[in-house]
Every structure is written in C-alpha cells, then in structure tokens.
Design a protein around this ligand. Structure first.
Ligand code: EPZ
Length: 430
C-alpha cells in the first residue's frame, strides 16, 4: 500500500510548473472521438483519471497512440462499440462525457450510470434532460443510460435548473453535431467549459458564448481533425499557492492563466499574503500570520469548490474564527475528522464549517477521503510540526501529477513509501 510521508515545517520556496487541467482534458479526450480524422492533444496531465479515460476510449475501438507522457493522438474512425461499461465508469465518473460524444456522433450510446461519489449524490438528471431536449430518447436500463436518436438530433432551447459543468459540456458536445441551433441557458462558465468549446470549434464546430451563461451552438454535419493544447490546471495551481501560504513560503506557480485564479488570489490577499501576477505566472509570498476570513464556494468565477478543503486547512492556522460555506456539494467536509487528528479545530453545521484558527498542526497518520481533501491534508502535513503519513493516496494520484517531485523541488521533505520500514527510515533520516 503506497503512502506519502511528510516532515513539515519547511517554508516552500522557488518555482513550480503547473500541468494541464484534468477537468478540461477529460472532456476534450471524449470529444476527440467525434471526428473520423486524427486528433492530437497535448499538455495532458499525466494523472490516473486521464489514463483511465484513454483506456475507455481505446475500449470502444478508437485508435490511440501515446506520443509522449502528455500527448496522445486519437482516431475515432475505428470505433466499433457505443457501450461504455461499468468498470470504466466506476473508476472515473467523467467517462460520462462519452455519452454526449457518442450520442452526437452515432446517435446512440449506452453508458453505465455513474453512481455517487464521496463528495455527494451527483445525479446526472440535467444531462439527460438536455439530451431529451435535443430529441433523444433516454432510458435507464440494466444500470446504464441508454440514449438514442435514430431520427437525428435537433437543436433546442435548454435552461439548466442548476449550473452544472458536466451537463453544460455533455449537451454542448451532442448539440455540436445536431441539426439546427441550440441555446444552453444558465450554463457553467468554468475555464474548462471554454476550453472544450474552443477545442470543438478547432474541429469545425460552431459554438459561441462559452464562458458566459448563455451558450449558442449551430449544429454541423461533421467535425474534422485538429491539434490542441489543454489549458493549465487552475486547481493544481491554487493548491501550490495555498501550500506556499501555509508554510510561510515564497512560491511562483508557472504556466498558469492568472485570470482563472482570481477568486483564489483574492482570498490569499484578504488573509495577508503578498501576490505578484505576471503574464503566465503568479508569485505568492507569505511571511506573517494569516488572518481569518469568510468563504463561500460558487460556480466560476466564484470561489471553486475544488479549493474548499485546501482553503479550510489554511484557515485552520489563521488567526481568529473563519467560516467556509460549501454551496455546490452536500458531502465535502470529509477531511475535517482527519484534520482533527492533526490538531485542527473545525465544527461543521450543515454546509458550513466554523474554523477556529490554531497556532499550528501536529504531524499524524491520516486517511485521504477524496482527491481535493487529499491535497488539503498534504498542505497540512507540509505546515505541521513533525511527521505526517497519508493513507489512500490513490485519490490524490487521480488529479495531481508528480506531486512528490514538485513539492520536493520547492524544498519540502516528502516521499512516496510502501512500508513501515521506509517510514521509519524517513523519520530517522533527519
Ligand atoms: C465538475 O464535476 C468537476 N469534475 C468537479 O471536480 C467539480 O467539483 C465540479 O464540476 C464543480 O465545479 C470534472 O470536471 C470531471 P457539476 P460535475 O455538474 O460536472 C448538481 C475534482 O475534484 N447536478 O457542476 O459533476 C451536482 O450534484 C472534481 O476535480 C445535478 O443536480 O459537477 C452538484 O451539486 C470533483 N444534476 C452541482 O449540480 C446534474 O445533472 C454541480 O455539479 C448535474 C449536476
């Protein structure tokens, strides 16, 4: 069983390169099968979620070539099945993007229903509502979503009852190859929604307004090949910026789009950090004590829910009492119990965490409940007094590329280990 072991207390310093955005890459990989031409995608993050989706795409018959660790070519002309099985979905929810892609291209798709995950129920009713509005019949049978539109898909005016990243992207993909005009209202505006629209447009789609809450799509007959580079990961960047703040460090995150990080930098400024923005980099300097503040997670451009656990860890060592309100997912405070082992003082009431700042965390053995909670516990370990051991790190490896090497390049003492002997050796090393 692999674990991370961390000796905390070192102020992080230096520069770190940010990888491609996982949540853009997953949708772009799915959309790549919508043409029979070859598509080359680079700046893919080398993380397990991306590799699982590439396996699913190969599983339905597409031809995939791994050009290097961050670049693949995909040709959808050889696809022989429109069925994405449970094994693929259970490993990675975003396999549901193959639903929109296959329905758009083949007018039919059968994809296992993604169950809930640790952070919430996460239904896909809005995706299904959108596909039905485009004229597809959609049923749930043997645990799968079965969508078909033998007579073709036609444009429609779709209002999303809730802002949903996944539904906006999935409907956008199906509508791209539908007849007529589609309008998606109350659409999600996340940078990865824009990146997917730009990718589809690079294949010949006609999508306008991505990044606003009204997306307009003129359906086209077919899409052509393309070469595309995925945007930087705003959540990975935010994670390193918060780690700098938690360790009283001085870190520059490189290969980022500062605009995508505005909600994150705004909170760091409120807490007393110094922020220097450059064209494609942001420097975070944290020398003094952090100050408490209030945070509510919201759809973009609000404060991202995927930074919520990292935010709580930071506020946990800030002076005074802070609150974090989680408005997107109903079960995203699973890290609170683990942080309590490290001396954290957080009380949860409904969807609000009331955080009383402590002087510092103590190293402890903790268990990672989900991807972003895992990143938050790494930050706690980096700022803690003593040694922290993290179990169930496979969650972290789903979305963070080379996290150990990247933190070590900033001066952290952190190792990937797989035995108690190695933990002991690490502890005795100093
Ligand atoms: C995407 O999930 C991201 N995942 C999540 O990141 C992120 O937390 C989330 O967007 C919000 O930003 C990927 O991109 C692969 P939603 P998604 O549809 O698309 C409800 C990470 O850590 N809803 O925007 O599933 C839903 O339950 C992951 O990288 C419905 O009710 O999120 C939630 O409460 C975790 N019905 C809210 O809307 C639907 O049909 C927003 O969900 C769809 C969603």
């Amino acid at each position: 069983m692999y674990q991370y072991v961390i000796r905390g207390g070192n102020p992080l310093a230096g520069e770190v390169n940010i990888s491609g955005a996982k949540n853009a890459a997953l949708a772009i990989l799915a959309a790549a099968i919508m043409t029979d031409d070859t598509v080359v995608i680079d700046n893919l993050p080398n993380v397990s979620d991306v590799n699982v989706l590439i396996d699913s795409i190969e599983g339905i018959g597409a031809t995939v070539k791994h050009i290097d660790n961050h670049t693949v070519s995909i040709c959808g002309a050889t696809i022989s099945s429109v069925v994405v099985d449970y094994d693929a979905i259970k490993k990675m929810r975003a396999s549901y993007y193959l639903l929109g892609a296959l329905l758009g291209k083949f007018r039919k798709a059968k994809v296992a229903l993604p169950g809930g995950c640790t952070i919430g129920a996460r239904p896909i009713d809005l995706h299904i509502k959108g596909f039905r509005a485009l004229g597809a019949t959609v049923n749930i049978a043997d645990g799968c979503v079965v969508a078909q539109a033998a007579g073709g898909l036609s444009g429609s005016h779709i209002y999303l009852d809730k802002v949903s990243v996944g539904a906006t992207i999935n409907i956008m993909m199906a509508a791209a190859l539908s007849g007529g005009k589609t309008i998606i209202e109350n659409a999600a505006k996340e940078p990865h929604v824009v990146d997917v629209a730009n990718f589809l447009n690079s294949m010949g789609a006609r999508i306008r307004g991505a990044g606003t809450d009204v997306v307009r799509i003129i359906g086209v007959e077919k899409l052509h090949g393309s070469e595309y580079s995925v945007i930087p990961d705003q959540i990975e960047a935010g994670t390193y910026m918060f780690a700098a703040a938690a360790t009283k460090g001085d870190v520059t995150v490189k290969n980022v789009i500062p605009k995508h990080l505005e909600a994150t930098t705004a909170k760091l400024l409120e807490m007393g950090c110094e922020i220097h923005e450059f064209d494609d980099a942001v420097r975070v300097v944290s020398k003094g004590n952090l100050t408490h503040t209030q945070v509510t997670t919201l759809p973009y451009p609000g404060f991202p829910t995927d930074m919520q656990p990292q935010m709580a860890v930071l506020l946990g060592i800030a002076q005074g009492v802070s609150t974090v309100t989680e408005s997107i997912f109903e079960n995203r405070f699973k890290y609170v119990g683990e942080l309590a082992r490290m001396g954290g003082n957080i009380k949860v009431e409904g969807n609000i965490a009331i955080i009383t700042g402590v002087d510092g965390y103590q190293g402890a053995r903790v268990c990672v409940p989900d991807l972003r909670a895992g990143a938050a516990l790494v930050i706690a370990g980096l700022s803690a007094d003593g040694i922290t051991v993290l179990d169930d790190i496979q969650y972290i490896q789903r979305g963070y590329e080379d996290i150990v090497e990247k933190f070590k390049s900033l001066g952290a003492e952190m190792e990937l280990v797989c035995s108690d002997e190695e933990i002991r050796a690490f502890a005795e090393a100093k």
